[in-house]
Design a protein around this ligand. Structure first.
Ligand SMILES: Nc1ncnc2c1ncn2[C@@H]1O[C@H](COP(=O)(O)OP(=O)(O)O)[C@@H](O)[C@H]1O
Ligand SMILES: [Mg+2]
Length: 323
């Protein structure tokens, strides 16, 4: 059995469970004892907060204790820390190079990175660099944003000025696209080769998370995602978001270098990403299987819950399910 450590496990019960079913021994870590995914793992541990100097040593200790072969971050929060400390951690870290992780986490640097590598993304500026002839509507977007927070649509120059003053966070200004938005879940090997790309529609999103969507066999999106993933040398899972304009052109808006909120959908469609991750952890070299998934699979997500009871030693354990 290959042991996998999930960091910032949070609510990602779906991912921890899928790796368990794929044959992994799952170890979940979080700073919060009420993170539900902790109690769905084979082993779990409470760790210091990410900004604590003991964070990486605590993960390293878990790697040794459980003979962990693979580390999979489940949020954006500790990715830069993990990518920078990969040599100290003692297991394969399922992330691209630290520089790529850092740049993708900053929407301005990400835009420059896309331009540098020949990937189309909407025109984007820092607040003081917006040209006079920029076409409205424009979006004021959080530079280090996530979950669709702090995004404001400005219809004209007066609104742009207002929103730039109003937003509480460091922001960029970006052309607001009018086409359809798609999301593609890719999985790449440790050398940055794209093994699969599964596009989906965004039927409904809430708080930035896709809650309803359908897999589609769109060859242009599959090829776009493969090209983007390989140009950026992505490693492991990533969620690539783009818009298709009415003339058919695609523009990239966001990449998350982790399993997306829509993880259940590529899983249900047969992507077998947990199995691919375990193969990489074992040093295998799985062949690309682009397009190997079922189209027309529809996901509809819902809330779930877990009841816990004191364990007697200050920790909590799941309450036995009622008959
Ligand atoms: N340039 C854009 N034009 C139109 N809509 C956009 C644009 N950028 C972002 N959005 C919308 O805002 C949502 C969140 O933006 P995104 O760049 O993905 O940031 P994050 O997910 O990190 O909050 C997107 O899913 C999309 O619906
Ligand atoms: Mg996004």
């Amino acid at each position: 059995m290959t042991a996998v450590l999930f960091t910032c496990a949070g609510q990602r019960v779906d991912i921890v469970g899928a790796f368990h079913r794929a044959g992994a021994t799952t170890v979940a870590a979080d700073a919060n004892p009420l993170a539900p995914a902790l109690y769905h793992a084979d082993e779990h541990a409470l760790v210091p907060r990410i900004d604590d100097p003991d964070y990486v040593p605590a993960l390293r200790a878990l790697v040794e204790q459980h003979d962990v072969r693979l580390i999979v971050p489940l949020t954006d929060l500790d990715q830069v820390t993990l990518a920078r400390s990969r040599d100290e951690l003692g297991a394969v870290v399922l992330l691209p190079e630290a520089e790529i992780v850092e740049r993708l986490g900053d929407k301005y640097l990400a835009h420059l990175l896309f331009e540098e590598r020949g990937i189309a993304s909407p025109p984007t500026w820092l607040p003081n660099g917006v040209p006079d002839d920029a076409t409205f509507p424009l979006l004021v977007k959080a530079r280090h944003g996530f979950g669709s927070r702090h995004i404001y649509r400005a219809a004209d120059g007066a609104q742009l000025g207002f929103f730039l003053g109003y937003t509480p966070v460091d922001s960029i200004v970006q052309v607001c696209l009018g086409g359809e938005e798609f999301s593609i879940d890719v999985f790449c090997d440790l050398e940055g080769r794209c093994l699969n790309a599964i596009p989906r529609t965004m039927i409904e999103s809430k708080g930035g998370e896709s809650i309803k969507g359908m897999t589609i066999r769109d060859e242009r999106l599959i090829e776009l995602a493969r090209d983007v993933a390989e140009k950026l040398e992505l490693v492991g899972p990533a969620n690539i978001q783009c818009f298709r304009e009415t003339d058919g052109a695609h523009f990239l808006t966001d990449i998350n270098t982790r399993f997306g909120g829509g993880f259940p959908l590529p899983l249900a469609a047969g992507g077998r990403y947990p199995e691919l991750a375990l193969a990489l952890a074992r040093g295998e070299h799985p062949e690309p299987r682009l397009g190997d998934f079922r189209e027309g699979i529809v996901m509809t997500r819902f809330f779930s819950d877990l009841s816990l009871t004191p364990n007697g030693d200050g920790t909590l354990k799941p309450l036995a399910p009622a008959e």
